[in-house]
Design a protein around this ligand. Structure first.
Ligand SMILES: NC(=O)c1ccc[n+]([C@@H]2O[C@H](COP(=O)([O-])OP(=O)(O)OC[C@H]3O[C@@H](n4cnc5c(N)ncnc54)[C@H](O)[C@@H]3O)[C@@H](O)[C@H]2O)c1
Length: 422
């Protein structure tokens, strides 16, 4: 039976604090605020139900406010059991009248019951970060697939899952891959995750990064950001990769590149950023130094083989909030942050609002585009239209007070010609 409950949050008494923090983030999100003002006037989402499954943070709250201002009937659930900010969830319900199902630290069953609650909303549009709502719609709730007009996907891992569905011919409705926008992955994945991952590791452990050997697995958008920020804090950064081009790039960016088997023996702090599975295995962990710290900033907590770590441990205890200590048989201790879940959202607050402004401007405009082009879109994964991407970059620069040049007529003609040479 469809749930009639409108929310499940930790404590509505946290509303005032959540509202204060949502307003704080809003000050750093001028592009989204401008879209919200326009949506309020034009009502482009009027009459549509939206089920969003995103990290429940202050920035997401401002996106939900924007969708609601555009006339949508929105329900939000968490896209990770540990990333919810309980005060934000409370404020969404109490202050902004937006249904929310999310509690920080919820167990597996509660997490999925919250996704079910979002699906019970009978969405015309979905908005995912990791494709969990879409997965439920493509398995247990297939009967609802036909009612969904389109969806959006926020992150690399979600886009990979959806492209796999598309290539098997099983995608039930069109998707706009927000992650593919340049104004998303170049900034959010790199600068947002770069800074907030370091923030999460420091908040959880209070370690000094200077002089430490900091191993980053994966040199994609996220890995590049984490590596450059760790270097900025004085760490000696080591990169592991499987792609020779990325490994070469890391090497020429001045990082030491080696296999994880070797890095395992050298590193003090490890951070996985691959979107892949079992990048750090039991064998790797059995070679690590006493005191090694393990963290992950990829989407799912499968990058570190946590069951293998548990099997290696003679004893475990919580050393600090979010830091579990594993004592191996020979007395060495390894430390796992936030159960291997994305460390920036579990132990810190996720990306700063200034970058989420662009990611969520993409979400809002991609959704508006999907509404406007519903009839033309096929059951495929589409990139964000370049015109939207450029417009967001233009707006962002304007809000930062940055002016750039424009091509003169002569330059535009020159760049489009072939006959002018030496
Ligand atoms: N923590 C956050 O807030 C946040 C933000 C954005 C993206 N993400 C997630 O971070 C992950 C990475 O995203 P991205 O945009 O950098 O993806 P990406 O595709 O740009 O980079 C991933 C890199 O990992 C490498 N890789 C794959 N398997 C590997 C292995 N076994 N060992 C070493 N390297 C390996 C790939 O070659 C690639 O270079 C995804 O799961 C994404 O969803 C998290």
């Amino acid at each position: 039976m469809a749930s009639t409950k409108r929310y499940d949050v930790k404590d509505l008494a946290l509303t005032a604090e959540g509202k204060r923090r949502i307003e704080w983030a809003d000050r750093q999100m001028p592009v989204l605020a401008a879209i919200r003002d326009r949506f309020e006037e034009e009502q482009p989402l009027s009459g549509y139900r939206i089920s969003a499954c995103l990290h429940v943070t202050t920035e997401t709250a401002n996106l939900m406010r924007t969708l609601k201002a555009g006339g949508a009937d929105v329900v939000l659930c968490a896209s990770n059991p540990l990333s919810t900010q309980d005060d934000v969830a409370a404020a969404l319900v109490e202050e902004y009248d937006i249904s929310c199902f999310a509690i920080k630290g919820e167990d597996h069953d509660t997490y999925y019951s919250h996704i079910e609650a979002a699906v019970d909303h009978k969405p015309h549009f979905t908005m995912d970060d990791g494709a969990d709502v879409i997965s439920v719609l493509h398995s247990a709730r297939r009967e609802q697939l036909g009612d969904v007009i389109a969806g959006t996907e926020e992150t690399t891992t979600g886009v990979i899952r959806l492209k796999a569905l598309e290539s098997e011919g099983k995608l039930g409705f069109p998707i706009i891959a927000v992650n593919e926008a340049m104004t998303k992955h170049m900034f959010d994945n790199r600068y947002g995750t770069g800074q907030s991952t370091i923030d999460g590791i420091i908040r959880a452990t209070n370690v000094l990064l200077a002089g430490k050997k900091f191993v980053v697995a994966g040199y994609g958008w996220v890995g590049r950001g984490v590596a450059s920020r760790a270097r900025g804090m004085g760490a000696q950064v080591i990169i592991t990769e499987v792609d020779p081009l990325k490994a070469l790039e890391a090497s020429m960016d001045g990082f030491e590149v080696m296999s994880m088997a070797r890095a395992a023996e050298e590193g003090d702090i490890f951070c996985t950023a691959t979107g892949d599975k079992h990048v750090i295995t039991g064998d790797h962990m059995s070679r690590m130094n006493d005191g090694a710290i393990l963290s992950n900033t990829g989407h799912f907590n499968v990058e570190i083989d946590i069951p293998a770590l548990r099997a290696l441990a003679a004893e475990t205890r919580m050393a600090r909030e979010f830091v579990e200590e594993f004592t191996l048989a020979d007395g060495r201790r390894l430390y796992l942050i936030a159960d291997g879940r994305l460390v920036n959202l579990s132990a810190a607050e996720g990306h700063p609002a200034l970058v989420m402004d662009m990611s969520f401007a993409n979400q809002a405009l991609a959704l508006e585009y999907a509404v406007q082009h519903a009839g033309e879109l096929e059951k495929k994964v589409y990139p964000v239209p370049p015109a939207i991407d450029h417009e967001i970059a233009r707006l962002k620069l304007a809000t930062m007070g940055v002016e750039i040049d424009t091509l003169t007529e002569e330059q535009a003609k020159y760049l489009a010609s072939w006959d002018e040479g030496t």
